[in-house]
Structures are given as C-alpha cells and as structure tokens.
Design a protein around this ligand. Sequence first.
Ligand code: NAD
Length: 252
Amino acid sequence: MRLLNKICLITGAAQGIGLATALKFVREGAHVVVADLKPAAVDAAVAQCLAAAQAAGSASQVLGHSVNVTDRAQVDAAVAAVLARFGRIDVLVNNAGITQDARLQKMTLAQFDAVIDVNLRGVFHCAQAVADTMVAQGSGVILNASSVVGLYGNFGQTNYAAAKFGVIGFTKTWSRELGPKGVRVNAVAPGFVETPILATVPEKVLDSMRADVPLRRLGQPEEIANVYAFLASDEASYIHGTVIEVGGGLTV
Ligand code: NAD
C-alpha cells in the first residue's frame, strides 16, 4: 500500500496505460480519479478499479470524470470536483495522448494541431490546474507521459515527437519551478507498449518493432504502471526532473 490515501488524478485512464495505472494505484491504496473523454468508458474503468480495490483489500475511493484535456474549462472543473470531494490532490498523472501519424511532407495542419493540442497543451492545462493547490500543500507529484519518441524522434511522427520532446521540456522546467515548493515532477518515456494506441500499426511493423527491442517483445501497460506507482510513491522522494525510459532496451 505504497500510495495509501493519496489522492491521484489520472488522465486518459479509461484504457491502456492509464487504466493499468489506475488499477495499480488503487491496489496500492490510492483514491483515484479516472479522467477521460467518454462517460461510458470512464464509468467502466471506475467499475474495474473498484473491483480491483476490493480484491486487493483496499478501501480506495474511485471517481470518474469526463474531461477533454484540450478544454481548459473542463480540466478546471475536474480539478475543482477532486478538491470538493477530497480537499487535496497529491498526484497528477498526465497520461492522455493520441497519435495522428504522417511524414513531414504529408502531415496536415489538422493532424499537427490535434496531437499538439492533446499531448502538449493538455499536459500544460492539467499541470497548471493543479499547481497552485500542490504548492499551497507544500507537496505533490506530477508525472508526465513522454515516449522514447520524445528522446530520439520517429519516422512519421513530427507532431507526436514534438509534443513528447516538449513534455520533457515541461518536466525539466517545472522541476526547477516547483521543486523548491515541495512538488516533484518526472516524466516516463515508454517504448512500444501493447495498448489500443498501436491498433492501427500493421502486424508486419509490430514484428519489426519486437525485433528491435533487446527483450524481443512489446511492453505491457502494467510495466509502465509499475513505474508510475514507484515515482508517485515516497520511495521516489529524491527522484526529480528526470525521464525514466521503460522500453525493454529499445534505445541501447
Ligand atoms: P491509449 O490510446 O490506449 O489510451 C489513451 C487514452 O487517452 C484513451 O482512453 C483516450 O480516450 C484518452 N484521451 C485521448 N485524448 C484525450 C483527451 N483530449 N482528453 C482526455 N483523454 C483523452 O494510449 P496508451 O498507449 O495507453 O498511451 C498512454 C500514454 O502513453 C500516451 O500519452 C502515449 O503517447 C504514451 N505512450 C504510449 C506508448 C505505447 O506504445 N502505447 C509508448 C510511449 C508513450
């Protein structure tokens, strides 16, 4: 129960890495707010989290909030709801993200804007919405989803790479601004993880991805969730301003 009674807001928590993180956090005793786009998916994730908490003997409370992170008013409303219910916020996991791939010469402005809006502006919205509260508390943890693509770039991902590099810039900057106030900020850079985000990637490409990884397999969402749980916990109390790569050795 490393996250016992911590109040944790996780964006994009209805599926994939976000859902695995929500499940891990409730098993560790956290109270979790599942934030995602579609109310039905949010409700289903909340039900899964409550079942996982019960099975783990955890008294976690789980709330759902339908929120589009690109809309600042919706983000503010979600944070206000967390504060109304719990009176504090200990952990923000900025996990919501999308891809819209095309190589430079083919990428439309709409594709560029959509990915920057969610993966970069959305992270800014959520962090800014919780920062005053965390600073007033004198404690808090902000965890940002970057990617190995945010370290090394990737063919066909101009928009995504820019956003994921940008998230590392946020992490470094906020660690300088908020660290002195007691707020830890870190980023996680997953490699290729088996979630719905890879649904459009052809099987042949997935095979070549597996071949590129020294561990010879894709990651599982739980393997990223484990790192978020560690970074959110007091075990990581001196880890700040870093990017933890979780990619099975992909970039060695
Ligand atoms: P996913 O597509 O399975 O889940 C993403 C979730 O974010 C979905 O539930 C979606 O509804 C939600 N979301 C999308 N736009 C949103 C918005 N505007 N507001 C609120 N929620 C929104 O993706 P995933 O694979 O679980 O990825 C999670 C994060 O990890 C993303 O930031 C992604 O870029 C990053 N990542 C994933 C991989 C991978 O291989 N899966 C690798 C590196 C980084």
